[in-house]
Design a protein around this ligand. Structure first.
Ligand code: AMP
Length: 189
């Protein structure tokens, strides 16, 4: 199974991705986690990404694309993976599609997490992470609205988009996700 999670910051993607990747026994690939680790280790990618991340802006496509391609080519991704936070722009989706086409490994499903702005701001306020300050949150939401939302239409046209409500308990949201995946795969996983 190759799955992509799309949703605004604070929608609960990371928590759900961790649960689902365990359930499906595929790696959870969070580009945010990968980039934070690169920053911590001060790798070349990390050094270039820091200023964008600190400001709540998206890291340039070229950096992220290469990082993801290198990661999904590794052996543990052979039976699938769950991408959390990638793609986030149309150029990322297009470049990713080219790679998937070449490898003959199509995406199975893209899950959109929909959460009201009120709930999002509530959750982000309670999280207390360094990138959750008001200014940074503002830019992260703007990036989602302008750069990432166009992907919904892109994947809708391919017939693999499913939208789920992100409000509710962990279990409620998990079972919505499982139902959406079953619908699209016919319960094959
Ligand atoms: P996340 O933990 O997914 O919210 O990501 C944290 C930060 O990492 C984002 O605010 C961006 O600066 C950067 N980032 C993560 N994934 C991407 C991506 N696919 N494209 C560009 N920047 C990204």
């Amino acid at each position: 199974m190759r799955i992509v999670f799309i949703g605004p910051p604070g929608a609960g993607k990371g928590t759900q991705a961790a649960r689902l990747s365990e359930h499906l026994d595929v790696p959870h690939l969070s580009t945010g986690d990968m980039l934070r680790e690169a920053c911590r280790l001060k790798t070349d990618v990390g050094k270039q990404a820091t200023e964008f991340m600190d400001a709540g802006r998206l890291v340039p496509d070229s950096l992220v694309n290469k990082m993801v391609v290198d990661r999904v080519r590794r052996a543990d991704c052979q039976n699938g993976y769950l991408l959390d936070g990638f793609p986030r722009t149309l150029p990322q989706a297009e470049s990713f599609d080219q790679m998937l086409l070449q490898a003959q490994t199509p995406l199975d499903v893209v899950i959109e997490f929909r959460v009201s702005e009120h709930d999002l701001l509530d959750r982000l306020a309670g999280r207390g992470r360094a990138d959750d300050s008001a200014d940074v949150v503002h830019w992260r939401l703007v990036e989602y609205e302008t750069a990432t939302k166009p992907l919904l239409n892109y994947y809708q046209q391919r017939g693999i988009l499913r939208t789920i409500g992100g409000a509710g308990s962990l279990e409620e949201v998990s079972s919505r996700i499982m139902r959406a995946i079953d619908e699209i795969t016919g319960g094959a996983q």
